[in-house]
Write a protein that binds this ligand. Structure first.
Ligand code: COI
Length: 355
């Protein structure tokens, strides 16, 4: 893939406080951009981050044909930028695209676009513990047409942002028995904008009750835990680590997948199976609920300190060396090259002689 470059004259990097980065608000200088028309992706380019003109009849604004990814890059001790599982993100983007009737992107083109963004923005990769360069690849419909039909034109953009972890402390979850995020047959598995919009109302109510996020339950019986929306969920009961299976209504988290691989490699008893809130409450009552944590690219691994469910409030005291914290150390270590990556997840953006 031949990318056209239009570099900024004056970088904003030196004027940016990299020690205090709010998640999602600080953007690097450049973005990758590519348009889809007449059945093909056109000239890819890397250009200064700028507003994009949108026609008021843009299909995305009306019918929500929009998908995204969240991915991280870090630097190793030699200053080489490392991408983390870019192919897995390409495959997931394409799965979301297919579900939303949008065009796929060649995996190698997606990876090359990410690689070039990470190279051009390497000075923006934060080096503080737990921080990273967050890549936000996204695609949306650009047809100007007020009809419910798949768009014939699309735009694909990659923004990059220096970020600290999404959550800075353990989270309190409210298991909603009134609202759902996704149901079987819906688009819960796709990383599509509407799933996040659909979560806002219940999240606002959960916050009003003193919680941070909603723990979504299944859309049929409000019985089984699904995910948190910003994260997948894990429960440690006795010596077994349990996470709900990705059955179509749950996002196939890449961090979730990493944790399953790491836990299996370390010999933990791991179960991917439906887990009901009754089982969680009973385990807590019997003193067997060791910990609960969320996993996600932005969140990495976050301890859960409270779960509100019907009339029950489960309170947990996350330990400093909780499994979540151990997994976080492990994955952050792999991302920065400090812990050997035996899974082949880490990809240097360029060879050491080009550093
Ligand atoms: C991510 O973890 O990358 C996500 O897309 C979640 C989002 C709420 C930041």
């Amino acid at each position: 893939m031949e990318i056209v470059f239009n570099q900024v004259k004056d970088s904003r990097r030196s004027a940016t406080d990299m020690t205090n980065i709010p998640f999602g608000r600080v953007f690097t200088d450049h973005m990758f951009e590519m348009d889809f028309r007449d059945g093909q992706w056109l000239q890819p380019r890397i250009c200064p981050v700028d507003a994009i003109p949108i026609h008021p009849a843009n299909l995305t604004l009306h019918y929500g044909q929009s998908i995204f990814e969240g991915m991280k890059a870090s630097k190793n001790s030699e200053g080489i930028p490392l991408l983390f599982r870019p192919e897995a993100h390409a495959h997931r983007l394409n799965a979301s695209a297919s579900r939303m009737c949008m065009p796929n992107i060649e995996v190698e083109d997606f990876v090359e676009a990410c690689r070039q963004m990470v190279i051009i923005e390497k000075d923006w990769i934060p080096e503080q513990e737990g921080s990273a360069l967050y890549l936000r690849p996204f695609m949306f419909a650009t047809d100007e047409f007020l009809g419910v039909a798949p768009s014939e034109t699309y735009k694909f953009i990659i923004l990059t942002l220096p970020v600290a972890p999404y959550y800075s402390k353990p989270v309190k979850l409210y298991a909603s028995t009134k609202y759902i995020r996704a149901a079987q047959g819906g688009v819960g598995e796709a990383k599509t904008a509407g799933n996040y919009a659909a979560s806002l109302f219940a999240s606002k109510q959960a916050r009003a009750k003193g919680f941070d996020q909603v723990l979504w339950l299944d859309g049929k019986e409000f019985k089984y835990a699904q995910e948190v929306g910003t994260m997948n969920i894990f429960f440690v009961i006795g010596d077994v680590v349990i996470t709900p299976p990705t059955d179509g209504a749950i996002l196939k988290g890449i961090t979730r997948d990493c944790f399953l691989h790491i836990l299996n490699q370390k010999g933990y008893k791991v179960e991917e199976r439906p887990i009901s809130m009754e089982e969680v409450v009973t385990a807590n009552d019997e003193g067997r609920l060791q910990e609960v944590f969320g996993s996600g690219t932005a969140a990495v691994a976050v301890d859960v300190c409270q779960i509100g469910y019907r009339d029950t409030l489960i309170e947990l005291q996350p330990a400093a060396d909780s499994l979540a914290q151990q997994l976080k150390t492990e994955i952050n270590g792999m991302r920065t090259g400090q812990i050997p990556d035996t899974f082949g997840w880490v990809e240097p953006a360029f060879a050491v002689e080009n550093a």
